[in-house]
Each structure stands twice: as C-alpha cells, then as structure tokens.
Design a protein around this ligand. Structure first.
Ligand SMILES: Cc1cc2nc3c(=O)[nH]c(=O)nc-3n(C[C@H](O)[C@H](O)[C@H](O)COP(=O)(O)OP(=O)(O)OC[C@H]3O[C@@H](n4cnc5c(N)ncnc54)[C@H](O)[C@@H]3O)c2cc1C
Ligand code: FES
Length: 260
C-alpha cells in the first residue's frame, strides 16, 4: 500500500465525458499503477472506492452518478475539495504478446489507464462497450495511444450491435491475443472470463465489491476467502471461475449475500 493517509485535495478540473459520465482531476504525485483505486471522501456525505482513470501526477476518477456519494461528486466544481485515501489494491500487469483490453460501462474508467502504458510493449486492442453511443467515453484516449479501437453498443447506435463479449469472442478467435484484461459489469466479466478460458488465453479481471475500510480490516469486500480491497481488485480468471460467488452473488452493506 502506498500513500495510504487521507489527503485533502483540490479539484483541478471536472470533465463531462458523456451525458452520464464525469471525470474529476486533482493533483496528487503518489505513485500508482493501472487498476489501482482510491477511497474518495465527499465531506458530509460518504466515502466510496474509485479506480484511477489517470495514474500520473494529475490523477483522475471517472464515474456515473448512481447514488448519494457519486451524485454529490458530480455536483462539485474546480476549486472544491475532496478527501482521498490510497493508493490501494493491486494492478493490471502486462505479460507479453498482443493484449485485449475490455471495458464495459463505467469499467472503461479502470482499464483505460492500462492502454497507454501497455502500447509501448506491443499491440493493444481496446474493446469498449456501452448501452448506447451517448454512454461511450475515452475512445479518443484509445486512438491517441495508438491502440486498435473496437466498439459495441447494446442498441447498435455505434459499432457492433450487441454485447462486448461478442467482440471479445471474435477477437480471441483470431488466435493473436495472448492476454485479456477487463473491467465492467460482473456478468460481462464472468462471460469474458469463460470465453478467454475456452480459447486458453489468461485474463486479469477487476472486480467490484462493496467496501468500507479499503485496507483489509472490515471484511465487507470478501470474495470466496479473498479481500477485494487487499488481494484485488484485479484477480486472475482461474480464481474467479473457481469462485462460488463471482458472477452470482455479492455482499450487501449489511453483509447479506445478494445476486449480482
Ligand atoms: C475497487 C472499486 C473501484 C471502483 N471504481 C469505480 C469507478 O471508477 N467508477 C464508478 O463509477 N464506480 C466505481 N466503483 C463503484 C463505486 O464505488 C460505487 O458506484 C459507489 O460506491 C456508489 O456509491 P453511491 O453512494 O453513489 O451509491 P449507493 O447509494 O451506495 O449505491 C447506489 C446503487 O449502486 C449499488 N452499488 C453501490 N456500490 C456498488 C458496487 N461496488 N458494486 C455494485 N453495485 C454497487 C448499490 O447497491 C445501489 O443499488 C468502484 C468500486 C470498487 C469496489
Ligand atoms: S473493504 Fe474492509 S476488508 Fe475490504
């Protein structure tokens, strides 16, 4: 764990990536790697885990307002202050050969930070999926990094009409991909991991669980004996596909198992 103390940071910039997706940038030189996350505290509201969508000195978090804390974040402006704890968790690692980076919905925020460093080690295919073209974001970052962009939308308004896992199957069928990394809705991750296993391609998948402490103390983020905050959030496909809960259940804030 690095940079674990709570730091109050000033928001440098708020970017509206799409009608439903916001990015907040703030200066924080703590070292970080693609896939790692921070606990973001909105004073007077709550604290939530957020992947780093930018890992340099000017960090970024990218989110969809879905509840109290993310809505409060979306109402902030440059000059406002938030708290951040972390950098927490493990990261995506490059293992060689051509890599397929898969982002579904807000999961794009987590995997995008891997695209830019990974292109320096060989060809990167980035497959981004969303419900409609209005909900896509960071296509420009994929293109300017020099990665090959593949798009799917559920309604067919851009790219392949259907799920991003259709694109994953087609690309893995080419036989060129040596590694998959992915983040997105758990059913998408589960199906991506199944397809990758079918083609014998190793994968790293970033998993979301409800978190309280973020540092391996409270057990809120337990997943089949591992803690997502401490041992993840990135897990390999063999562990996840052998897990009883992945793709099926998660723990609610009061600790009961509920369907994903
Ligand atoms: C390691 C990690 C990285 C994350 N990175 C991002 C990110 O980059 N961008 C982003 O938008 N979100 C990300 N999330 C999810 C984000 O933390 C939740 O959306 C946030 O906690 C919601 O808080 P809220 O108070 O706005 O909503 P709440 O009021 O807490 O929740 C609103 C609804 O969302 C559901 N929900 C809340 N948290 C989760 C969760 N973790 N998984 C599934 N459903 C949930 C609740 O059950 C409820 O139905 C990440 C989660 C983890 C664990
Ligand atoms: S959030 Fe407390 S142990 Fe993971």
């Amino acid at each position: 764990m690095q940079g674990g103390n709570l730091r109050i940071v000033e928001i440098a910039e708020v970017v509206k990536e799409s009608p439903s997706i916001w990015t907040i940038r703030y200066r924080d030189p703590s070292p970080s790697k693609p896939g790692q996350f921070v606990m973001v505290w909105v004073p007077g509201v709550d604290e939530v885990p957020m992947s780093l969508s930018y890992t340099g000195d000017e960090k970024g978090i990218t989110f969809r307002p879905i509840g109290e804390t993310t809505r409060a974040l979306s109402e902030l402006s440059a000059g406002d202050r938030i708290g951040v704890r972390g950098i927490y968790g493990n990261s995506f690692t490059r293992t060689g050969g051509e890599v397929l980076v898969v982002g579904g919905g807000t999961g794009i925020a987590s995997v995008i930070a891997a695209v830019e460093p990974f292109v320096s080690d060989g060809k990167v295919h980035a497959a981004l999926g969303a419900r409609s073209r209005e909900e896509l974001f960071f296509e420009d970052r994929v293109i300017s990094a020099g990665a090959e962009l593949h798009i799917s939308t559920d309604d067919g308004s851009k790219g392949h009409k259907g799920f991003i896992t259709d694109v994953v199957r087609r690309l893995l069928g080419s036989g060129w991909i040596a590694q998959v990394i992915a983040c997105g809705p758990e059913k998408m991750l589960y199906n991506t991991a199944l397809i990758a296993r079918e083609f014998g391609v190793p994968g790293q998948y970033s998993v979301e669980r409800y978190m309280k402490c973020g540092i391996g103390v409270c057990d809120a983020c337990s997943l089949d004996g591992r803690l997502v905050c401490r041992d993840g959030p990135v897990f390999d496909g063999d562990f996840l596909l052998g897990s009883e809960d992945f793709g099926r259940f998660r723990l609610s804030p009061n600790g009961t198992r509920i369907p994903v």
